[in-house]
Write a protein that binds this ligand. Sequence first.
Ligand code: SF4
Ligand code: SF4
Length: 506
Amino acid sequence: MLLILFDKGEYLQSRYMRTTESICPICQKRIMADIKEVENEIIMEKQCDEHGFFSEILSIDAEYYKRLERLDHFVENTVSKRKIKDMGCPYDCGLCPDHLTPSIFVNIDITNRCNMNCPICFASAGSTKRLYEPSFEDLVKMLQMMTSIKPNPPFAVQFSGGEPTVRDDLPQLIKAAKDMGIPQIQVATNGKRFAKDKDYLKRVIDAGINTYYLQFDGLCPSSYEKFRGYDTFPEKRIVIENLRNFGETSVVLVPTVSKTVNDDELGDIIYFARDNFDVIRGINFQPLSFSGRASKEEVKRYRITITDLVTRIEDQTNGEIGKEDFYPIPFVVPVSRFIESLRGVKMPHFTTHPQCGVATYVFVQDGKLIPITRFVDVEGFFEYLNEREEKIRCGGKITKGIEISRTLKNLGSFIEKEKMPRDLNLLDIARGIFSSSEKEYLAKLHRKSIFIGTMHFMDPFNFDLSRVKRCAIHYALPDGSFIPFCTYNSIHREGIEKQLTTSINE
Ligand code: SF4
Ligand code: SF4
């Protein structure tokens, strides 16, 4: 266990420098990179002695990029250290002592087999001719390691692959995770088996799944044909119908997004979620990421950044959801900090890097979409929480009591009640989050809204060490290590798979 201690002032200063560390997309050697503003765009430039010069776009809107930096919140976190520092980031993952954010979401690949053969996939047994499939017992051990992390075990586990539903023991795995008390159990799926095999789906539901992370690239056949090899949209409709019939209400659509393929369908995907609001709780847009094997021309043609994405969402929803309605993930840190001081217990803080992802909550009323930011002054409210948190943390028992009731009383001044959706009692939800169970009341908020987010996973072209060091989404591996998602896919996956897989022909 390690308490990461560092000088926040120094950290903030270095974050605003235009230099970071990255890797060469070809040989993966650590190299320096400059982050520059050029004609209102933000680019990363780097030079490998052996493989030459690389320039990569990070944002098409420099002001928006800076807005995300401005809205960052970083605090000390308690991070469970499992590996010693040896070659330095990004080669020491496990987590190593330099890591700054604990595991909050954990991915467990339970197989690399798949019932599809997507042209864009980097993880399939079909393309590698090698099989990765930990035994049920090994997977249970991984779950146990995850739940033993102190002081706060990760909030969610996501079973992924390959395609996790090709395993018949997925229901038993979900049950094992449920019995260990993991609050959020998710399955990342293409939905094919859930569309065809209702008995299997029923067993997954009975085992206690919380969220279906459903691959969903749009509504047009051409998008599926390019990404998946054939039009799978009809199957997605069947899965959603099957889930509806079983009374399930927690689907997150997961569109992979690329320029020239489906970047013109973002609005339609959002409206599809609105029209299926009884079942769909969120959309997590994932810009396509590239391996080092992609050519510079391909990357340039297909790369879509967070700013491209939110700009298109604004255009394609006619401003119903705007760029400014989205906030970077660490923007919510004042809430966990406030709860930490209020309850006097250590909380995990979602201190991912502000350029990793943005999100918003949108409510549906009379067919219209209402982002939370249209009736809540979120920036003012979080600033206020920060101020009160300091008073609660520093004050004695009496100050604490006064501050708590004052904060709860003043919550209402940040909400424009006349603009708030009719059946939403946000004050009640906020009071619940602060005074009793944040999980229960956050779930209430989720049930009444659609979460719209995007996470720009990195690849070797735009890899940034200052981002991976703050990653909260980690792969669990059979040897007990936890590896940040982007580091795993950009650096470690190939080597680890060589060790842990067996040849399909063996
Ligand atoms: S990504 Fe994190 S765990 Fe991995 S080497 Fe870097 S600091 Fe260490
Ligand atoms: S998975 Fe990648 S993009 Fe997401 S928080 Fe981690 S480093 Fe950032």
